[in-house]
Design a protein around this ligand. Structure first.
Ligand code: G3P
Length: 217
């Protein structure tokens, strides 16, 4: 299972990278705005800065919502750095652009997926990654993890190579449930990743080991 961090915060990306378990980064226009990164030039430079911190794939989202605009923007993003993955919205032109880029061997991430039917279309268009949003479905009393299971079942039926990138992960249990289902990738906040570290028996066991060591030394 690949671990991506879902942020544009360079300090958090560095912290996750330093842990040695990071496989990539996902961003979106909202995450960029949250870090105060605005204006095309600054945003493009920020993508390069992120690529220079991590070893893996970095999703960079297009703003255009028409095919020609997405192709132009996506080609410019892909040219920025070999680690860039062109992130495209799950709309008709996004699917057309996904096919265009996959035919050219450029990696893609189809985002804002909320149904198994959308996931099927993304796979048929040759998406490298397809991002269903778990947390946002949970927010409206719909089973986000159930969607991951349905997509996994459908992709396995046909051997689609598109990777299920579980997104809008909000907490540690989302990560564990995605791992049980077999999502290829999860992207979430640093807090959810660090939550995996925690167990009170680890803390008390370590304290006991150190105390016993001190007794004999
Ligand atoms: O990866 C998608 C993500 O950025 C959306 O997360 O928490 O805004 O639903 P959230």
């Amino acid at each position: 299972m690949k671990f991506f961090i879902d942020t544009a915060n360079l300090e958090q990306i560095k912290e996750a990278q330093a842990l040695g378990i990071l496989d990539g980064v996902t961003t979106n226009p909202s995450l960029m705005a949250k870090e105060g990164i605005t204006g095309a030039k600054n945003i493009l430079q920020h993508y390069v800065d992120i690529c220079n911190i991590v070893d893996g794939d970095v999703s960079a989202e297009v703003i255009a919502i028409d095919f020609e605009g997405m192709v132009k923007e996506g080609e410019a993003l892909a040219a920025l750095h070999p680690q860039i993955v062109v992130k495209l919205p799950m709309i008709a032109d996004g699917i057309k652009a996904c096919k265009y880029f996959s035919d050219k061997g450029i990696k893609t991430n189809v985002t804002l997926v909320f149904s198994a039917g959308q996931a099927l279309l993304a796979a048929k268009a040759g998406a490298t990654y397809m991002s269903p949003f778990i947390g946002r479905l949970d927010d409206i009393s719909t089973d986000g993890l159930g969607l991951i299971s349905d997509i996994k079942h459908i992709y396995d039926n046909y051997g689609f190579e598109t990777q299920i990138l579980a997104a809008s992960v909000r907490h540690t249990m989302h990560i564990m449930d995605c791992a049980k289902i077999g999502a290829d990738v999860m992207t979430g906040p640093l807090s959810a990743i660090k939550g995996l570290l925690k167990h009170p028996l680890t803390d008390s066991g370590l304290a006991q080991f150190l105390a016993d060591y001190k007794k004999g030394n």
